[in-house]
Design a protein around this ligand. Structure first.
Ligand SMILES: Cc1cc2nc3c(=O)[nH]c(=O)nc-3n(C[C@H](O)[C@H](O)[C@H](O)COP(=O)(O)OP(=O)(O)OC[C@H]3O[C@@H](n4cnc5c(N)ncnc54)[C@H](O)[C@@H]3O)c2cc1C
Length: 375
């Protein structure tokens, strides 16, 4: 193999917070680690975005549920304090009813939906429809998380990092830099087993690296095509748009922290960007359905309507739009099983829920033993 190809102990594909935690774990164990993402900014869906006014903020609405060990793990890693949201997260129904985010009825309905989905996909797979395999894996893993966490491990108080998620992610990245982790930007196209017992990882921007182990989440677009060869498949990323709005503190009616709007024609979720801001205004992020161009000039009207319905403000003159932000993601989740897909190629379950994924990751015995097996 050419001498100029860099070599690592561990190469992490994708920089979602879950994978940044894995990179931190590996680097803390003294491994030489590289994190590669097709995006130049780290954090995946949770990556920070810099606005024109210099403010660094989130690119999507976030809620991090209270799954075992998650807040403590992130607090000790970053020094960012997790504090209770002063208004608990809610769902706003079409008829104006406000119900708590963690509602008993909703939990039962979710359980039923996941069970039926899993049964349906399993029956299709049993009847020979291999195309339903991914859906079966997806429902099965969500159902397992639901039982493990929603039923057996119930902690309900939801918290958030006092300074917001953008600061939290930046702190994780800073920590990785101090541990000597290298960051690269490349869309990984192929991972193949090389003669020297290492994986050769290749991607865009002429990226090439040799590594003893490869790590990525189960949502990645990489698939085994033959023993010792894993390739990316084409999945067009979906884009989700949101708007940052600013409200003077004196004009806030209820400082809601998180609102999921059901059946609102154009707005899906709203959340406050910091738990408590030191400024005389608060910034909220408002996520829309579809594209900004769908609004034909009524965007401000729709956002105002959702803020009033959520009781955050009284009138449409109480806020102003600061900026549009967006995030890109692969629509399908958990297309792979979480396991060692090939010797030294390990996938971690994303769960479609970061808190569930981190809580589960914290329990993985393999985080340590894999290093011994493949060193
Ligand atoms: C629209 C949406 C909203 C969500 N909201 C929440 C929420 O509010 N709360 C919550 O707990 N969870 C939420 N989740 C789930 C949560 O964000 C993920 O479970 C978590 O980020 C785990 O990350 P991931 O690796 O699956 O995905 P991501 O965060 O999307 O990260 C994947 C990263 O890998 C990179 N990547 C993938 N393939 C390649 C490749 N071949 N080469 C190079 N780079 C690659 C991508 O560029 C991306 O940066 C949401 C998910 C989606 C899709």
């Amino acid at each position: 193999m050419a001498a100029d190809i860099p070599e690592y102990d561990d190469l992490v594909i994708g920089s979602s917070p879950l994978m940044l935690l894995q990179a931190n774990f590996l680097a803390s164990q003294g491994q030489k680690v590289c994190v590669v993402d097709r995006m130049s900014v780290q954090g995946g869906l949770w990556s920070p975005v810099e606005l024109k006014d210099g403010d660094v903020t989130d690119r999507a609405v976030h809620i991090l549920e209270n799954y075992a060990g998650v807040y403590e793990c992130l607090e000790s890693l970053t020094g960012c304090e997790f504090v209770a949201l002063d208004e608990p997260p809610v769902r706003l129904l079409g008829n104006g009813w406000v119900i708590p985010y963690d509602n008993r009825l909703i939990r039962s309905a979710t359980r039923l939906y996941l069970t039926l989905g899993w049964l349906r996909a399993s029956l299709k797979v049993a009847a020979g429809n291999q195309a339903s395999k991914e859906s079966q894996i997806n429902f099965q893993s969500k159902l397992a998380d639901h039982f493990r966490i929603r039923v057996f491990q119930r902690n309900s108080e939801i918290k958030g990092p006092r300074q917001g998620y953008a600061v939290l992610i930046s702190r994780i990245v800073e920590r990785l830099e101090t541990l000597g982790v290298c960051f690269a930007t490349s869309d990984i196209a192929a991972v193949s087993f090389a003669e020297n017992g290492k994986w050769l990882v290749e991607g865009s921007q002429m990226f090439k690296a040799l590594t003893s182990r490869v790590h990525c989440t189960t949502t990645s677009n990489l698939r085994s095509v033959s023993p010792g060869r894993i390739e990316s498949i084409k999945i067009s990323p979906a884009e989700r748009f949101a708007f940052i709005v600013e409200i003077p503190k004196s004009r806030i009616k209820r400082p809601r922290s998180y609102v999921a709007l059901w059946k609102h024609p154009s707005i899906s979720r709203i959340n406050r960007l910091t738990v408590d801001s030191l400024n005389d205004h608060e910034r909220y992020i408002v996520e829309i359905h579809g594209q900004p161009s769908d609004f034909a000039g009524n965007l401000s009207e729709a956002i105002g309507d959702s803020l009033i319905r959520s009781s955050i403000v009284r009138s449409k003159s109480d806020f102003h739009l600061v900026s549009e932000v967006s995030c890109r993601y692969l629509r399908y989740v958990d297309q792979w099983k979480d396991e060692e897909v090939a010797t030294g190629f390990i996938t971690y379950k994303s769960s479609g829920n970061l808190a569930a994924a981190i809580s589960r990751w914290l329990e993985l015995e393999d985080r340590g033993s894999l290093l011994e097996r493949h060193s």
